[in-house]
Ligand binder design. Structure first.
Ligand SMILES: Cc1cc2nc3c(=O)[nH]c(=O)nc-3n(C[C@H](O)[C@H](O)[C@H](O)COP(=O)(O)O)c2cc1C
Length: 330
């Protein structure tokens, strides 16, 4: 394999696409160092959500998602990534060192990279169309490709229990004033980060939701008024729990890479998605997830909700990102 030095503008474009990754509260807790044929991903601890994410799980998942976006974008440009995750041990802010190696562009790589710009977090209710099992299997395969399990919670009883756990986490955070304040600080009129009101359903719609999805943020302006909702509260969304064997930096990064792989694969299938992390943020509900949903055999990292968007829905707008100069270290 030969290592060639990609042009700087290509490296910058790859970082830009990596930054389109989802992140908790759109906090974008990453920094990038670009040198010759190598891109280093660093954690930006100043952007960690200290109240809801004191041990940095969401931060690492977000950075892992950006790392996967980078790999997908690089392949479409003709570079395979050799990644060293957590090269200096967990206490260091360097999360991954990525070497770009010239490679042929696989036929599906360009289409895969195009999904980066199409993906959105969609917090509205989904339609009553069922998500077939084979679609969920494809999403689980996408996660497995990253060494992570995505467990579809399909049984009615188990799904109901998972929704109870999600609701409990949501309630616990609603009664924790510093968590409410922290979330409020990341929503509303920020310009290049945070969750804009245009991406959050109106409260009146969110409260008719089958799952505790739309209530994390203050009421937004996204309208959720499909005819498909004649039966309020009914939607046929499916829930997947992404889980790992261990809970160290590398496993959390990989969970983030798998989250990105699942979200992009779902986007490719035309499915709408939303990551749900409240139940993994609250200690008590994380334990319940582990014990009751994963039967004690794996560590839950994040829940993903997938479903079909009713055809009458307007597209969700893209959320803003910080400019490259703010995230690049020279
Ligand atoms: C680790 C992680 C946790 C997240 N948790 C939630 C959540 O609990 N609820 C939610 O509505 N969105 C959640 N999101 C989605 C982010 O809010 C979203 O990615 C961000 O606002 C950027 O918007 P976009 O995904 O449309 O680009 C999460 C994303 C990540 C990566």
């Amino acid at each position: 394999m030969n290592i060639t030095t990609p042009p700087t503008r290509t490296l910058h474009r790859l970082v830009e696409l990596a930054c389109r990754a989802p992140s908790v509260h759109n906090s974008q807790p990453w920094r990038w160092r670009v040198e010759d044929d190598r891109i280093t991903l660093l954690a930006d601890r100043a952007r960690q959500l200290m109240r809801i994410d004191p041990d940095g799980r969401d931060l690492l998942l977000s950075c892992g998602a950006a790392l996967h976006h980078l790999r997908v974008a690089a392949l479409a440009e003709g570079y395979r990534c050799r990644v060293r995750r957590d090269p200096y041990g967990s206490s260091d802010n360097v999360l991954a060192i990525v070497e770009l190696v010239a490679a042929d562009v696989p036929t599906e790589a360009v289409a895969a990279a195009a999904l980066i710009d199409q993906r959105r977090t969609d917090r509205r209710r989904f339609s009553s169309w069922a998500v077939p099992e084979h679609r969920l299997d494809e999403l689980a395969d996408a996660a497995a490709g990253e060494g992570v399990r995505a467990v579809p919670v399909t049984g009615q009883g188990m799904r109901r229990r998972l929704v109870e756990i999600l609701s409990r986490a949501s309630r616990e955070q609603q009664f924790d004033w510093s968590a409410v304040d922290e979330t409020a600080a990341w929503t509303g009129p920020r310009t290049t980060d945070g969750v804009p009101p245009e991406n959050v359903p109106r409260r009146v719609d969110a409260e008719r939701h089958a799952d505790p999805v739309g209530t994390r943020y203050p009421s937004g302006t996204l309208v959720d008024d499909s005819d498909d909702h004649a039966d309020p509260g009914y939607d046929a969304s499916r829930l997947l729990v992404l889980c790992t064997d261990g809970d160290e930096t590398t496993e959390r990064l990989r969970a983030g890479e798998a989250l990105s792989a699942v979200l992009l694969a779902a986007t490719g299938q035309g499915l709408a998605t939303v990551p749900l992390s409240q139940a993994t943020e609250v200690h008590a509900t994380r334990e319940l997830l582990k014990r009751e949903i994963l039967l004690g055999v794996a560590i839950p990292q994040v829940v993903v909700r997938v479903g079909w968007r009713p055809v009458s829905y307007e597209p969700v707008p893209a959320t803003p990102r910080r400019p490259l100069v703010e995230v690049l270290e020279v």
